[in-house]
Design a protein. Structure first.
Length: 306
């Protein structure tokens, strides 16, 4: 049985808390669940939070949270981290963090991870409006060495490789079997590329696309990912330097032994629709168009010719 069930939350630091809250509330359509002097919790379902915004001078990623399968899973992860020489501290508590029974540690590239047993549910509170959100799906972060990072998450958290794009990006899945709960992309260690929200259907994706265009925050236009099969659109948070993906049709992998493909980096690997029609006057047709304006990880993975 998997040790980690799936992605739980993202914590981001922001110098302008009110402005960031307004962005994620009005642009990304998340709902404020709890507001304090220097932090705000936002969510898209009955869970206490998907996103925690904290007032900090330096913007960017503070912590990623993942829910363990059970208490035994946390104990086993702790044993593995101890064996790997990774310092482990006690996780958040119910009063301050709305999570229970967890641990915190930093991966070899400085990304702080929290593995928790439970998160507070808002069963008797109003559920956020029906925007069409299903769940918080994954985060993609940058690491200096993709293969070293992959091996760390496989060996300590028991995640499984779903697909990999050369030595540029690897996608790892957890117990909920979604194609990936974390993506690791080559780059400046510890920086968040984007986090992803799973939505109900393509109509929700397209409505959010038009919403982003009206507000001038469309990152990458609609794409179909070759790896996960999902159809996605990306919004930009220019203040915090990261993106938000809204996707549907994300692959679920039922085979525990599945180790995925080692894919070639190309524009059509990032977007399966990016295969141009043949030109009658040019044998072989024109080259695919490289991804532009989207996430840094997508641009990295499309950097080679098709």
């Amino acid at each position: 049985m998997a040790l980690v069930h799936g992605h739980g939350f993202v914590t981001l630091g922001t110098p302008d808390l009110d402005k960031s809250v307004e962005f994620y509330r009005t642009v990304c359509r998340l709902e404020v669940r709890e507001r304090r002097d220097d932090e705000v919790f936002l969510t898209g379902n009955e869970r206490h939070h998907w996103l925690r915004l904290v007032r900090r001078e330096t913007p960017g990623l503070v912590r990623l949270g993942y829910q363990a399968t059970d208490r035994d899973g946390i104990d086993e992860i702790t044993r593995r981290l101890d064996a790997a020489g990774i310092a482990v501290s006690k996780g958040g508590n119910l009063a301050d963090d709305a999570v229970h029974g967890g641990i915190r540690f930093r991966d070899p590239f400085g990304v702080e991870i929290e593995i928790y047993e439970e998160m507070v549910q808002a069963a008797n509170s109003p559920v956020p409006g029906d925007v069409g959100f299903t769940d918080l799906l994954h985060a993609v972060v940058f690491v200096a060495d993709v293969e070293q990072a992959r091996d760390f998450y496989v060996n300590t958290l028991d995640m499984r490789r779903s697909d990999q794009i050369e030595q540029l990006v690897v996608f790892l899945r957890a117990g909920n079997r979604y194609h990936h709960s974390i993506g690791l992309a080559r780059g400046e260690s510890g920086r968040l590329d984007h986090f992803a929200i799973l939505v109900r259907d393509i109509d929700v994706v397209m409505r959010l696309r038009l919403h982003a265009i009206r507000l001038g925050v469309l990152g990458d236009d609609v794409v179909r990912h070759t790896a996960s099969g999902s159809i996605s659109v990306y919004l930009r948070d220019d203040d915090l330097g990261s993106g938000i993906e809204f996707c549907t049709g994300h692959q679920v992998i039922d085979d525990d032994t599945f180790n995925g493909r080692l894919l070639k980096a190309s524009p059509s690997t990032v977007n399966a629709w990016n295969v141009p029609y043949p030109d009658a006057d040019q044998p072989g047709g024109p080259a695919a168009v490289a991804a532009t304006g989207g996430t840094a990880a997508a641009n990295l993975a499309s950097s080679s010719s098709p």
